[in-house]
Design a protein around this ligand. Structure first.
Ligand SMILES: Nc1ncnc2c1ncn2[C@@H]1O[C@H](COP(=O)(O)OP(=O)(O)O)[C@@H](O)[C@H]1O
Ligand SMILES: N[C@@H](CCC(=O)OP(=O)(O)O)C(=O)O
Length: 369
């Protein structure tokens, strides 16, 4: 049965940790594995980091640049070389590939989201393996995915994938960083979003020397993907052949079970496609109404408004502790909300001088995180 499989490989798997040089045997084995999956009739998408890492090696830089302009320049040097390596290897295996560079804006605006979807469908229909990366050279700070774990989860959600593999330089998720805590407990299965939220995991502040997101972004990516119904696995990048074994049922790596009823595509777009433009801090009553009773958000439950946003922008909803509980599209802009927060809906017309929506965020435009 044809499956859609998204495989993300991080810099720490693509490069030698000591030198930053490409781990050619890993990349070649990955190419062979993906070609075999294609020949078995599956649709395959590769999300590959490494532009910055390869660029650093080419330019003789010994650590990842921090300044955005330098990072963009280094990525521009590395991306071409990375694609050359992939095209040489996949060409030997007679497998056409395509370079797909995305910025967050490509998935934020609905028409561009649908365009990206259509392009992936055309490529997969042609038997091509798309090789995706963030378009680092033009991605400006406020509109960046920031890491390819998030990007790969959004792509898996976009194409309604069956599997998302996050290949990294450890064999699975642990209770803490195994490099630092030798007796960290391995985690083999996370069976729900609720369990994921309750996991007590030390993820450390950053990933390996060349990585970007560490485990924080992989856990966040798994949350996005399983909400979209995508089975997600964190496993060792140095053994790409494990992908086939895992698909055949071998318990390798950390498995995140997909949510039984995937969140609708529109709500996934609200929750993860859009970039939130502000925050609304709710009182306990509104928090309970939103998270447990499936209600819309009314002005009376808003204690504070943060940010400068327009109507229909996406905003984060936070509980009394400041924890994000949901995202939604507002019916009022930030200036109006500052005036009506805490007020009863029947008083809104008198305060604003015109009859607006009864709700601040309608339930249909609200997604629990
Ligand atoms: N709880 C944890 N379980 C496993 N690895 C962890 C954990 N916390 C932090 N890490 C670190 O995260 C690193 C992987 O993240 P990263 O370096 O960004 O890799 P990649 O380049 O594959 O994205 C591992 O090398 C490990 O040192
Ligand atoms: N677009 C960047 C991706 C950075 C990134 O997410 O790296 P990693 O944490 O190694 O997957 C690059 O190609 O270097």
């Amino acid at each position: 049965m044809t499956k859609t499989i998204v495989v993300k490989i991080g810099t720490s798997s693509l490069t030698q940790p000591e030198t930053g040089q490409l781990a050619l045997s890993t990349i070649a084995t990955l190419a062979e594995t993906l070609c075999d999956l294609r020949r078995q009739g599956h649709y395959v998408i590769l999300v590959s980091s490494g532009a910055v890492g390869v660029g650093c090696a080419r330019l003789g830089l010994t650590e990842r640049p921090k300044a955005i302009a330098l990072k963009q320049a280094v990525a521009a040097v590395g991306q071409g070389r990375l694609m050359r390596v992939y095209d040489d290897l996949f060409s030997i295996l007679q497998q056409p590939i395509a370079q797909v560079l995305l910025t967050r804006a490509d998935l934020v605006q609905r028409n561009r989201y649908l365009n990206a979807y259509n392009t992936f469908q055309e490529l997969l229909g042609l038997g091509v393996i798309p090789v995706v990366n963030e378009n680092d050279t033009v991605a400006v700070e406020e509109l960046k995915f920031g890491d390819n774990d998030t990007l790969s989860a959004l792509v898996a959600s976009l194409v309604e994938a069956d599997w998302l593999f996050l290949l990294t330089d450890v064999d699975r998720l642990y209770s803490a960083d195994p490099r630092i805590v030798p007796d960290a407990k391995p985690i083999s299965l996370v069976s729900s979003i609720k369990e994921l939220a309750e996991l007590q995991i030390q993820t450390g502040s950053q990933g390996s020397q060349w990585g970007t997101g560490g485990m924080v972004t992989k856990i966040s990516a798994a949350r996005i993907a399983i909400a979209a119904g995508v089975r997600t696995v964190i496993t060792q990048g140095r053994f790409p052949r494990n992908i086939e074994k895992i698909i055949q049922g071998e318990p390798i790596g950390t498995h995140f079970e997909p949510q039984p009823e995937p969140t609708s595509a529109r709500k996934r777009w609200i929750a993860y496609g859009l970039v939130p433009m502000g925050k609304l801090y709710l009182d306990q009553g509104a928090t309970t109404a939103i998270s447990q009773a499936g209600k819309s958000l009314l002005a009376a439950g808003i204690k504070a408004v943060e940010g400068d946003f327009d109507t229909q922008d996406a905003v984060q909803l936070c509980d009394i502790h400041g924890n994000e509980i949901a995202r939604g599209l507002v019916n009022y802009n930030s200036v109006e909300l500052e005036k009506i927060r805490g007020c009863h809906s029947r008083d809104i017309a008198g305060i604003l001088g015109y009859e607006g929506a009864e709700t601040v965020i309608h339930r249909d435009n609200l997604v629990l995180i």
